[in-house]
Ligand binder design. Sequence first.
Ligand code: SAM
Length: 235
Amino acid sequence: MQTKDQRTALEQAARKRIKDSHALDGDAGRLAEFYRGWASAYELEVGRDEYCGPVIVAELAGAVQTAYLARERPAIPILDAGSGTGLVGVQLDRLGFRTIDGLDLSEEMAEKARQTQVYRHIRAGVDLNGPLSGYPSASYYITVCCGVFTLGHVRPDALRELARVTRPNGFVIVSTRKSYADATCFEDEVRHLQDEGVLVPAQCLNDGRYIAEEGAHYWVFRVPEKASAPAEHRL
Ligand SMILES: C[S@@+](CC[C@H](N)C(=O)[O-])C[C@H]1O[C@@H](n2cnc3c(N)ncnc32)[C@H](O)[C@@H]1O
């Protein structure tokens, strides 16, 4: 049982870490080093900052499965991109998903996620700002990414690779902190990718709860069916 002083100290620590993380300029080396140092305290600290992104992202995945996908949840391959310590995976597992892969830049965060035992496979050392080599196109029915489209981490154009690894008529679900969406002109990138036929915005929860200090937008994108896609790649 934490005292009020301990809770306040954890909240302040979380806010300082989050602020520091926003200054990392998307530099893979600095991000990996930063999260190496945060892995052991991450859940305790963000938990005190009322972090509810993972619950919302997982529940959106549950909703699109129920609304649109013929397969049952346990058999739906999901990629959790920037899986961190596994908070999203745990929520997906709670909702009945059983075929969850994770990837992250940080080995220490990924090791925490492995310990949850809800992932089929976790790969560390993967930079979402570059090509997801080793991930074939159209591998996943749903790709989720929570808490990663945030200042100093991943650029909006990382959406392109998330869409590539997702099957036609599958879904990409991401959170964007409000400040990030404004500063990066995220919506312009969405329009650009839509014009190119890479993805289609299907739903957006605007300014939802995220952490205590700021809300986020929660995006659901559908990957369009390509005319040339072989039949077995269609859902
Ligand atoms: C704020 S945490 C979010 C983790 C988890 N999704 C959650 O909601 O708790 C951000 C995670 O993204 C990872 N990350 C940051 N930049 C990345 C990048 N360029 N490529 C891959 N992972 C990255 C970090 O290592 C960290 O685990």
